[in-house]
Write a protein that binds this ligand. Sequence first.
Ligand SMILES: Nc1ncnc2c1ncn2[C@@H]1O[C@H](COP(=O)(O)OP(=O)(O)OP(=O)(O)O)[C@@H](O)[C@H]1O
Length: 464
Amino acid sequence: MAKLLVVDDESSICWGIARLGEGMGHRVTTAGSVEQGLDAAAADPPDLIILDVRLPGMDGLTAMRPFRDLVGDAPIVVITAFGDLQTAVRAVSQGAFEYVLKPFDLAQIRSVIERALRPAPVRADAGDQAADGEAALGMMGQSAGMQAVFHKIALAAHADAPVLLRGETGVGKEVAAHAIHHSGPRPDAPFVAVNVAALSPTVAEAELFGHTEGAFTGAQRTRKGLLAQADGGTLFLDEVGEIPLSIQAKLLRALDQNEVLPVGADQPVPTRFRTIAATHRDLRAMAAEGEFRLDLYYRLCAYEIELPPLRSRREDIALLASSFVHSRRPESTLSSEAVAELESREWPGNVRELRNAIDHALVVSHSGDIYPEHLPAAGGAPVAGSDAPGGLDSALAARARALMADPTAAGDVYNRYLEQVEPPLLKAAFDLHGRQCAPAARALGLHRTTLRRKLDQLGVDAAP
Ligand SMILES: Nc1ncnc2c1ncn2[C@@H]1O[C@H](COP(=O)(O)OP(=O)(O)OP(=O)(O)O)[C@@H](O)[C@H]1O
């Protein structure tokens, strides 16, 4: 039997966990505030603490240190309804055993209790480093998908394992890489970002590994490569799927041996850094096709974090959009109609595209608030480098959703939708057939007078 202490101001949660703990054969004490919890822990130190973050008086995260002083290494499980990146990072960096999001089910808590009380052969000491670099932690998201990402970032920050960030273009892989670096133990060490796709294959080797004076035409002096510049810090390899095969073996050797051989040099230069790589491509599939070395893939991907596309976490759109508006022009607000329109779109370019749409709207709306008419047209060109379905289907789906969300279209959505998609078809057919109604109508399978009437309505000069 173990002693559990539950600190939460929601009595129903205390009650539920207490019944669960007792059912598991443990003795459970509950407290509605940190202050009461500290008194209880001082009187009878528990073997496990389950601690809420938002509490009246001192908050749960601040309370972790005084609890630690009382209970030593006993596991502390943090629970919160308000997960954000800072909370996750602070909880993990202060040695939380686990970070559980509300609402949770009791089966989840049961499994955490079982694991927390299991004697651990080695318990990782997450150390005492406060999470600095808060500026880099401006990563936002309230969706369950982003909460899970924050948790993984927090775990990754305090491990040295190579991280692979996966996700479509614009989902936030680079901000996540910064967050991992700045939340880790060496936030002031160099963070060297390399966009591999932007490196020309001819100079990639010299850029990455450096070169000696005279190593090739134009190499007028010795230059330190990016891998050597990252020494002691983090190397962020963006678009790592684009790295030329010819360089992959040399990169793998450098990562394995913690040294690089600059072009033209005969002596390696030591360098030790953590790698964070990012890609929107499926590296495993590339490896199967022989386009990416499998051994390099394994070397880069000890820990994988998948960033979900924005269309699968629509609840983040209003939060992100409002904060982009606020950070650029605090006196403007985003109307609820604009939010509905933004939430209806597909965002193949993800958060980057959303941010650009807000920038566009801020220009168009001059100094006022933002309404749907200020936003750029939905479903722009597919975003380069994206595997997202950015084309016609998503543009049409976005229009459909916008109409469904428009109260003035209620009961007439079908006709209103056709009114929007039909004109480009009719005009294209008309133009393609030399602005002749008869052949255009034949190609479309419409009666000639029907086409003429429709073109008249559109204001297209369709005289026979
Ligand atoms: N969760 C987030 N909170 C706030 N801003 C974000 C978030 N995710 C992305 N952004 C912003 O969106 C833009 C694109 O993000 P980022 O460059 O990290 O994407 P990426 O996945 O690395 O894109 P690419 O694959 O094209 O390089 C940046 O301006 C970034 O600040």
